[in-house]
Design a protein around this ligand. Structure first.
Ligand code: ADP
Ligand code: MG
Length: 592
């Protein structure tokens, strides 16, 4: 039960405010999360972690010397947006590149990858290692698809210690990958968790029962039993983890770090009783226990549960690369090890200066094109506003009913950003890029991130000089379409917005290639998208939230495909009106 909040919608933001106010010695706030408030050496690889909020001390509590340089902090149990990740990484970068690490969840991967692409495009080197320690969430053969739970800590620490020791980006990622390979976790839960303001827990476990293998957001486990004794639980955890020792590790004589993690409302005393037996069992198995951890490292709001992580520093007789890194000192709000030398604080003026992004210069032709971009974004807003209830209704049939309001939040934010950019004299590219970022940042949900990808891809093919031609727009849409399939991994036929986007893009490119003007090509493409969106009614969803309630949705089209078709259809009219206006102007000036 979460008892204290003001407006539930403000909870995550207010939590970060309070967290920063209480920890100014370690962290300062930047848009999207926190970065260290202490100076890091120039050229040091910046370790940026993150994820949804509700997992404290993950992720903000792990920022400080010896651990992360920054944490992107999303809403409760929701991935940070691309813009949030990007902004935290920009602020954290010391000129040595950015190393991203976070638990392997689809929404996080999508947004961190999109931010990584943007940073790379700006010339900032980036590498990523996702944490995949939860052995229950996929078979050993499929272990790269496992989700990340308390094992985050080991991977983050190894990466950070390597960065602190002066390793370059490639070496930091190599060591982090090794640490992930050597980290295995297994968890159980006794109760679900209740988000602030919610009347029902997110999930429940029957009274007196224990869910085995439950994820940190209530993802299904593999089994359920009566709650065992503390010793029997210890035996279960150890038995499962010793059944999956990392490749090439000789168990007898191996050195391991055991981490018994509390998920939010289990008492430390209960965990110590369980750990007593864990330590006996691991020692009996011939392991050498190094630096045991019992406490809260990655929680799940107020969920009662625990997980055991084994971090295999070295097999018997193996020279360990990881052990010396594990000894490095750490000093963060929630986690300390050894003693870190006093640190110099960042001057606040330095800290804020880097955050004000300038509007690049634009010529008159591109500023005129920016007006068309603005008109198109306004059309999107009107279209979404008109259809908001209908989109929500379709999404509720197999999804969660938020597609209308998500699109509304995203498009309105995009309009505000595009308006501000145009007012500041931005060209077409910058105007659309600002709109894209604002959309992804404010929309939330899968579709918000994907619309950010689409609009950013189109923006990248425009320029702040000259008037964009039809070929540039078609190339941008094609890049957006590829971006969506790269990030979202859905293919045509999976019942997603891809089903409308792909025919839209191919028809647009085809028409432009055969010499049509933008307006005519766009209209033909919009018609193709509309027909394809309608046809999604027959399909079974294979991606996204709708997957689990697939059967319900047969007979109803995909909400994301429908909203895309409605939007591109309305934009066809905007383009026609803009073209007429431009032609009239040109005639007038020719006549004058
Ligand atoms: P959420 O699913 O996070 O609640 P929305 O309700 O705003 O987000 O959007 C749902 C739409 O997102 C779906 O109708 C589908 O078109 C699209 N979608 C979901 N997952 C994917 C994916 N992996 N690739 C492409 N589109 C997707
Ligand atoms: Mg939804």
């Amino acid at each position: 039960m979460t008892r204290l909040w003001n407006e539930p919608a403000d909870f995550a933001d207010e939590m970060i405010d309070g967290f920063v106010a209480a920890n100014e010695r370690y962290v300062r706030r930047v848009p999207g999360g926190v970065v260290r408030s202490t100076v890091s050496p120039a050229g040091q690889v910046a370790v940026v972690v993150g994820g949804g909020s509700g997992h404290y001390p993950a992720f903000g509590g792990l920022v400080g010397p010896g651990l992360a340089h920054g944490a992107a902090m999303g809403n409760l149990f929701a991935s940070p947006s691309t813009q949030q990740v990007y902004s935290v990484a920009k602020a954290a970068d010391n000129g040595g590149g950015v190393f991203f690490s976070y638990g392997n969840y689809a929404g996080d991967v999508l947004n961190f990858d999109a931010a990584q692409e943007r940073l790379r495009a700006e010339g900032i080197a980036c590498e990523t290692v996702t944490v995949t320690d939860d052995i229950v969430s996929a078979t050993p053969a499929d272990k790269h698809n496992r989700r990340g739970i308390a094992g985050d800590l080991t991977v983050f620490r190894i990466a950070a210690a390597a960065a602190e020791a002066g390793a370059d980006l490639a070496e930091v990622s190599r060591l982090a990958r090794l640490a992930n390979e050597r980290t295995r976790s297994f968890g159980v839960a006794f109760t679900g968790c209740t988000l602030p303001g919610a009347v029902e827990p997110l999930f429940t476990v029957p009274e007196g029962r224990m869910a085995i293998g439950l994820g940190i957001h209530g993802e299904p486990g593999i089994d359920e039993t009566d709650i065992p004794t503390a010793d029997a639980l210890a035996e279960l955890l150890v038995e499962r983890l010793l059944a999956e020792v990392p490749d090439g590790v000789e168990v007898a004589g191996a050195r391991v770090v055991p981490i018994l993690n509390g998920l939010g409302s289990l008492k430390y005393e209960e965990m110590f009783v369980v750990y007593r037996r864990i330590a006996q069992l691991l020692t009996d198995a011939g392991l050498e226990l190094v630096d045991p951890h019992v406490g809260e490292y990655c929680t799940s709001f107020d969920m009662a549960g625990t997980s055991l992580t084994l971090f295999w520093l070295a097999g018997a007789g193996e020279e360990s690369e990881l052990a010396p890194l594990w000894d490095a000192p750490v000093d963060t709000p929630a986690y300390r090890r050894g003693s870190v030398a006093p640190q110099q604080r960042v001057l606040v003026t330095d800290a804020t200066a880097d955050l004000v992004a300038e509007i690049p210069d634009a010529d008159e032709a591109s500023r005129a094109a920016a007006q068309t971009v603005l008109a198109a974004v306004r059309t999107i807003v009107d279209t979404v506003d008109t259809h908001v209830d209908e989109l929500g209704r379709i999404d509720a049939i197999a999804g969660d009913g938020d597609h209308g309001i998500g699109m509304q939040r995203g498009s309105h934010a995009a309009l505000a950003a595009a308006t501000a950019a145009v007012d500041a004299g931005a060209g077409a590219r910058t105007t659309l890029a600002r709109a894209a970022d604002a959309w992804a940042d404010k929309a939330g949900g899968t579709s918000g991130a994907l619309w950010g990808v689409i609009l950013n891809a189109v923006a990248a093919k425009l320029a702040d000089e000259g008037r964009p031609d039809a070929a540039a727009v078609a190339a941008g849409v094609a890049a957006g379409s590829r971006g969506v399939t790269d990030y979202g991994k859905a293919e045509v036929g999976d019942k997603t917005l891809v089903d409308a986007l792909v025919p839209f893009s191919t028809t647009l490119t085809g028409a432009v290639d055969s010499g049509a003007g933008l307006t005519d090509a766009w209209r033909a493409a919009a018609d193709a998208a509309t027909r394809a969106a309608a046809r999604t009614a027959e399909l079974l969803p294979r991606m996204g939230r709708a997957r689990t309630h697939g059967q319900n949705s047969v007979g109803t089209p995909d909400p994301g495909a429908i909203s895309l078709a409605l939007i591109v259809t309305a934009i066809a009219e905007t383009l026609a009106a803009e073209t007429r206006a431009t032609d009239d102007n040109e005639k007038e000036s020719a006549n004058a």
